[in-house]
Write a protein that binds this ligand. Structure first.
Ligand SMILES: [Zn+2]
Length: 361
């Protein structure tokens, strides 16, 4: 029997050690008690809390909500165009009229917002389509803002869809020049804000771009436009299908002189710290599932919302397995999104946004 006269600051314990049981009182603190003294089977039966769906729902730690999803959409010139992207089933290049129709559904499903990627008519060395007042994204923004004033509009700010060489910035001597690229990014951000973007999301990985964009937005009266920085963006194999969607594959070399080495976690934290200090309102890790550890670290470290981009390759590989009957669509989709949310991402950019929102009701 336990000593009922023990002071209130001590607790009974039962300790199993090398086949023997010990019963006594302890005055250790709660954390120490937890670490040192276990009350194992049969006192603890973890299955008790898994017996039924109502019980599982009660103790569920992570919950998905359509409001946390951002749907990536690709807008192209023309009219009545809805061109399927082969490697990304259910995704299309949309002309502005079709994009407007598409967003009606997104808004009705309660999705948090959309992020736009533009496919311009012509590409050139100066990425002029990226920051033209009548560029494809700018025109799409105006149409969407007037059709759905309450839909949150986010724009990807980069140059790779607009340069003839497919790199994310101005190329000088076969290298992407950092500082002159900042001017393009600042100009693009201002033109997006002017056309109705609520959030601009620079994805280029140039040094100093968040500060340059913040200064340009403020100077032009867009103090309320938020910046979602692709702060830790890795040179990843998982972007393959996106390059078909956005027609943005580099024509020479690769992006490893500006995007991060997948092996570097501490460097990712430094990248995020710099973007945070430069004024990023939200920080993103991209891709998502191969970098869950960094999403968690970012969540614990920075007092701003953390976003993660479940990229095209993550989507396409799940879809390919679903098409072969190797994975169950809805469960694989929800489990993948849950893992990203559980790791610490409050915002998830995902091609599953529509179907997941539909499923979650
Ligand atoms: Zn780019």
């Amino acid at each position: 029997m336990l000593d009922s006269a023990a002071p209130a600051t001590s607790w009974p314990y039962k300790l199993h050690l090398r086949g023997q049981s010990f019963i006594g009182q302890t005055t250790l603190g709660a954390k120490q008690r937890y670490n040192r003294i276990q009350m194992p089977f049969p006192v603890h039966r973890k299955r008790r809390l898994r017996v039924s769906e109502p019980m599982r729902r009660l103790v569920r730690e992570s919950h998905l909500d359509p409001a946390q999803f951002i749907l990536p959409l690709f807008v192209c010139p023309g009219e009545g165009i809805r061109k399927p992207i082969g490697s990304m089933p259910g995704n299309f290049q949309l002309s502005i009229d079709e994009l407007v129709k598409e967003c009606e559904g997104a808004q009705a499903l309660g999705i948090g917002g959309i992020i736009l990627f533009g496919i311009p008519d012509v590409k050139d060395d100066a990425a002029s389509g990226a920051y033209a007042e009548d560029g494809i994204v700018q025109r799409a923004l105006r149409a969407l803002k007037s059709a759905y004033p309450k839909l949150l509009l986010i724009t990807d700010v980069c140059n790779c869809e607009y340069t003839s060489h497919g790199h994310c910035g101005k190329v000088i001597d076969q290298d992407v020049d950092n500082d002159s690229t900042l001017e393009w990014l600042a100009a693009s951000s201002v033109s997006h804000a002017r056309a109705g973007a609520d959030i601009v999301a620079p994805s280029d990985m140039m040094d100093g771009r968040v500060a340059a964009i913040r200064a340009a937005l403020d100077k032009n009266g867009f103090q309320k436009t938020a910046i979602l920085a692709y702060a830790a963006k890795f040179a990843s194999a998982f972007y393959g299908p996106f390059r078909e969607a956005a027609e943005s594959a580099p024509q020479f070399g690769d992006r490893r002189t500006y995007q991060m080495d997948p092996a570097n976690g501490r460097e990712a934290m430094h990248e995020m710290e710099l973007d945070f200090e430069e004024g990023a309102d939200m920080l993103m890790v991209k891709p998502a599932m191969p970098y869950l550890d960094l999403i968690r670290q970012a969540h614990d470290r920075f007092p701003v919302p953390i976003a993660a981009y479940q990229v095209s390759g993550e989507f396409s590989m799940l879809m390919a397995a679903v098409e072969r009957g190797w994975l169950e669509y809805e469960r694989a989709m929800i489990e993948s999104l849950t893992s990203i949310h559980r790791a610490g991402a409050g915002i998830i950019l995902t091609y599953f946004a529509r179907d997941a929102a539909r499923l979650l009701g």
